[in-house]
Ligand binder design. Sequence first.
Ligand code: SF4
Length: 231
Amino acid sequence: MGIKGFQGTSLLDFPGRIASLVFWAGCNLTCPFCHNPALVLEPEGYPDLDPVDLLADLAGRKSFIDGIVVSGGEPTLDGGLLPFLKEVKALGLMVKLDTNGLAPQTIAELISLQLIDYLAIDLKTSPDRYPELHSGSVLPAKLVETLRLCADITIELEYRTTCVPDWVDEEVIVTLGELINGAPLWALQQYHPEHALCEQTREITPYSPGQIHSFADLAGRYAQRVIVRGV
Ligand code: SF4
């Protein structure tokens, strides 16, 4: 674990803002379709970035960035995340957290301490299939707990589903939709197999754009706004 990657400026990853990206290594899942497998499987292949140096870099950028995106891997696994975000907020920067949603207590604490401004939670498949996403123990109830706590939050919230054939279909969209009913934003993303963690998954043919848009129509019954990315 720890901070392993940094990208100084991005216009794409924090909607409506210019942000720097900070990547944490390590994850409590090994999704076969993971798009960042090296950070998950071989974190030791990347040198640790010193948070002090990173904060100094961010301080130098704060006149032209609005905030940072905290991504991974799964950043909520690292006890260093909270103190790092306190320092980031002290710089006056906004924070977007990308998470798989399996750490409801950490997410609740970060929200209550006003350390995040935008929360993006991945919904990978129906909760009952989450144990298939890792060889170790996975508690889907943790994801459901996070979804419950997010029903009442006032920070910006986005759910994201990458539409991987075998993992997402109409039934899954309905199951997830019922869990997040009334959510402000649900982004459905096209699956790009080139860099997937599992070799077999790299051979899956993505859904057609028409199928993704059909999923989006279905998702629109549950979320206030649905967008499609990557088609
Ligand atoms: S897709 Fe996300 S949750 Fe899944 S293994 Fe990769 S980093 Fe972890």
